[in-house]
Write a protein that binds this ligand. Structure first.
Ligand SMILES: Cc1ncc(CN)c(N)n1
Length: 222
């Protein structure tokens, strides 16, 4: 039996679809998401991205050869240079200053998700870590695809979230997603059925935490 990334999403089909097609994403794609919900999400996502930068740094540390090192470093650069840089500019456009970002309280779903991924990386190996990171990097690229596949999606200046969609459909982000899927496909061909089940548990837990993150935005919860 040889596994691939598609087998992970198939094993978690219901959770994966609930994440990709979440009510938060639906409203965002139609431009009807309330602005205070989006602002709350943006602020928590800033904290999330900082911890995910740390998680990619841990993956870099855990790398055992130059190919693994380069791959983890590319993920780190995608988060820090591409996503976090744009995020700070984007927050400013939404009236959230860097000072405000620096003083934010961390909400529970943010804490739960980021610490889960860091803990998975600390106790496991590089494959455990990348499986825990996959819903973040691959997931948002798939969210962008899903948004673009919907007839109800509103694109252009009429949608206040147009820039957000553009970020995740961008060539840079989609290339990072393909590299991550290819890396996982290569590693998953080698795993035993028992090891695959362990990885499914990690993947499912990380997806459940992504769902809780969208919901935290909708509920404005801390
Ligand atoms: C919660 C969350 N998950 C994923 C991504 C995409 N890196 C993000 N910005 N925020």
């Amino acid at each position: 039996m040889s596994y691939s990334f598609a087998d992970l999403t198939a094993a978690c089909h219901d959770e994966w679809r609930a994440y990709i097609e979440h009510e938060f994403v639906r409203q965002l794609s139609e431009g009807s998401l309330p602005a205070d919900v989006f602002r709350h999400y943006l602020k928590q996502d800033y904290l999330f991205l900082i911890h995910f930068g740390r998680a990619y740094a841990l993956a870099t540390y855990k790398s055992r050869n130059i190919a693994e090192l380069r791959h983890s470093l590319d993920g780190l650069k995608t988060i820090i240079d591409l996503e976090l840089g744009l995020h700070v500019d984007y927050c400013r456009e939404w009236g959230i200053s860097e000072e405000e970002l620096a003083a934010l309280p961390e909400a529970r779903a943010t804490m739960a998700y980021t610490r889960y991924v860091l803990d998975t990386g600390n106790r496991g190996d590089l494959l455990d870590m990348h499986v825990a990171l996959a819903p973040c990097l691959v997931g948002y690229a798939v969210v962008a695809d899903w948004i673009n596949s919907r007839a109800e999606t509103l694109r252009g200046d009429g949608n206040p979230y147009e820039a957000w969609i553009r970020m995740y459909e961008s060539d840079g982000f989609q290339a990072a997603r393909r590299a991550e899927e290819a890396w996982l496909d290569e590693r998953l061909t080698e795993v035993t059925p028992r090891r695959f089940e362990e990885l499914v548990t990690i993947f499912r837990d990380a997806i459940r935490l992504e769902i809780a993150f969208w919901q935290q935005g909708l509920d404005l919860s801390i």
